[in-house]
Design a protein around this ligand. Sequence first.
Ligand SMILES: NC(=O)C1=CN([C@@H]2O[C@H](COP(=O)(O)OP(=O)(O)OC[C@H]3O[C@@H](n4cnc5c(N)ncnc54)[C@H](OP(=O)(O)O)[C@@H]3O)[C@@H](O)[C@H]2O)C=CC1
Ligand SMILES: O=C1OC[C@@H](O)[C@H](O)[C@H]1O
Length: 751
Amino acid sequence: MSLESTATIKGKLAAGLGHKAPRYWSIFQAFLSAKISRNEFDEEIRQCVDTSQLVQLHNALIISIFDPSAHLVPFSPPPDAPKGPPRKRRRLLPYQGPDPHEPTSLRSARLKRWIVGVGRRERERIRNFEPVALTYDKQPRPEEDEIARERGVQLLPERGDPPGSRPALHLASSARGFTLQHITDRINLICAQHNLSAPSKNVSSLMALAFETKLKQLISQALALTTASHAITSIHPSAPHSTGNRLSASAFDTLFTVSPAVLPSRSAAAMRLALGDNEPRDDEVLTSDRREPNEPSWQLLALLRERSAVNQSLQSWRLDLHGPTVRSKLEIAHNARLTNSVLSTSTSFTVPLQSPTVNMVSEQPTVFRWGVISTGQIATAFAKASHRRDYQFLCICIFMLITSINEQDMLVNPKSRDVRDIVHKVVAVGSRSAESAQNFIDKVIGGDNAIKAYGSYAEVYADPDVDAVYIGTPHTYHYVNACEAIKAKKHVLVEKPATTNAAEFKAMTALAREHGVFLMEAMWTRFQPVSRSVRRIIDEGTLGDPVMVHADLSGDFDIDNIPKTHRILDPQLGGGALLDLGPYPLVWAIISLYEQPINNRELPTVSASIVKTPLTGVDRTSTFILTFPPLAAQASLSCSINIPPCNPGATIRFRNGNILIPSPIYCPKSYTVQYFDRPGSGTVEREETVHVSFVGGGWHFQADEVARCVKSGKLESMIWGHDKTLLAMTVFDEVRRQGGYVLPEGVEKVN
Ligand SMILES: NC(=O)C1=CN([C@@H]2O[C@H](COP(=O)(O)OP(=O)(O)OC[C@H]3O[C@@H](n4cnc5c(N)ncnc54)[C@H](OP(=O)(O)O)[C@@H]3O)[C@@H](O)[C@H]2O)C=CC1
Ligand SMILES: O=C1OC[C@@H](O)[C@H](O)[C@H]1O
């Protein structure tokens, strides 16, 4: 290694070579002008450089020519140094001074090729050379190394020695994960860099434990992402994957042996069920008939078996039993997926329903009793029931698998979405008319005589059988309705937008706290499987930090032909695009930007513009840009009531790729992740589309959250807490202010 300039080295080399210098330079010249081969060059040069000092000088010269970093001053990256232009390959002969674009590693393969090769004979020859004193005391690694350069890290002195004096450390062996020794070495180095004495062994052990725990946590998150986890856990009859909330060895096994991406059946659960705990024998791949035929899970298995893709893939494993075992084949495929080496450019697989929380404890479900306020469109969609008999689950699964279409929602059997701790029940319906309430009970929720029909909302609030009230009235009624329910000590789920403005929501939350009841805005999108998966992908970090979100929800309400009293046009009902559709583009900005830990719940700044309809003066189209200062990221959001939705409805953009959310963004059934070939290139190297399916319209996920929160004594959801609703209402206030949309006098109950 050289820390001197090429000219200095040349001078020293010339002096050291003495009379051999002309020969040395002519060999050099012959090689550079391609008159002799690399081997000939090595051979000839070795005749001249016959002391270890000359060998060192020769190597130093080569380094100085090919690796100018050897001359650079210590590296101290500016905190936000702009990236230079793309690297160009250049020939650097003769040495023309340091080049900032050149890689600065002394370990580059290119460089190694040029240093005089040290074979066994050569090593022996060099060993016999006269020892030559080094010109500096310590032999540190260069002041900057690859890690330092890539990550902008400045290496620290090590107990007074130059940075890098201690050998480079590995954090993992090639065959296995990190060992205790790796951790001990690493901690020693960190202590050295902070001038601390070596810590006790316990520190390393504790660190190892912490890593392991974190690893398990990561694995369990990953497990939740695989199709295998919940579905298998929920229907595996003999070997439960968990005890309580702990993951068992077989659950880990599932994670590492089955990958949804390699299962053409699109159901890892199916494959895992089919294979059972043991690798199959030739004649024993699917033996559902030998199990208990009346057991619903085995009926489901039989059904899955019939699905040709599962069957075919099982057949192909069977044919190859003399090759690698099924398990190792799956492992290979899984690893291949991890390394992306066998993925086609576009893969697509379906993730069956995942439960929002891992619910592995088998216990009697809690019956959660709802009172529904109003009998309009959304109340109908939310409460829509199926006939809940025991065989219903299987029928639903069959129906779902065959058609993927269904219309029921909160009252479908929660087992269909792997929820076993909660069962929802509507016990009362309140409407402005008793007839409408009864009609709702008969037509929408299956005509159960036990359900009470009330001709007022107040009677629902007063009903002692009601645990929580669902409010589906128009926007401008939410505040009054919710406050009355809260005062009657009912837990509340109130439709979006929770109120007409931020001041109303603040007053509402204060009231809920005062009465000790749970309150949540019905932002159903946030609880759906796609939103949860997208959040996990952002957290996982492969795409980098989100930089920009584009999201739009529009819908053609045929505004020229509907009555001006329709809630979408009537300013008395908070009409317009913003309050009705705006919450959905906003929820994607909240998921991808506001929820980033670094944002630390900071509110964005708002820049907005509104186009009003002359029909009633409500906003026909609203566009608002949110800037999140801690993230240096923006969301460009819009909504309109006289154009159809666009597709994709939301795009979350990162330097390393995009996440695309198809329309309708309030309840997407898939998402696509695009990975660029390199950061910032925009060239999609690989893309994965994940499909989700569940029984029902998708409002039930938020209902589960309400029931679980109430059950555990929470007053607000951790997933869609009051801060997020307050953010939404604050943003909408500001958009209306900037756009000049003033609601009629008296509509806003609190200002
Ligand atoms: N989460 C989601 O997917 C959706 C949410 N929504 C939200 O739900 C709320 C209601 O929307 P939607 O169901 O489409 O509206 P609808 O007009 O279809 O229903 C509203 C219901 O509220 C009751 N109501 C009370 N006061 C009034 C009033 N002055 N005028 C009209 N109705 C009144 C009525 O029930 P009754 O006569 O029985 O008292 C009426 O049926 C809105 O806030 C909207 O944002 C809407 C659609 C989808
Ligand atoms: O919440 C909603 O989602 C779907 C829209 O069509 C509806 O108007 C809105 O309230």
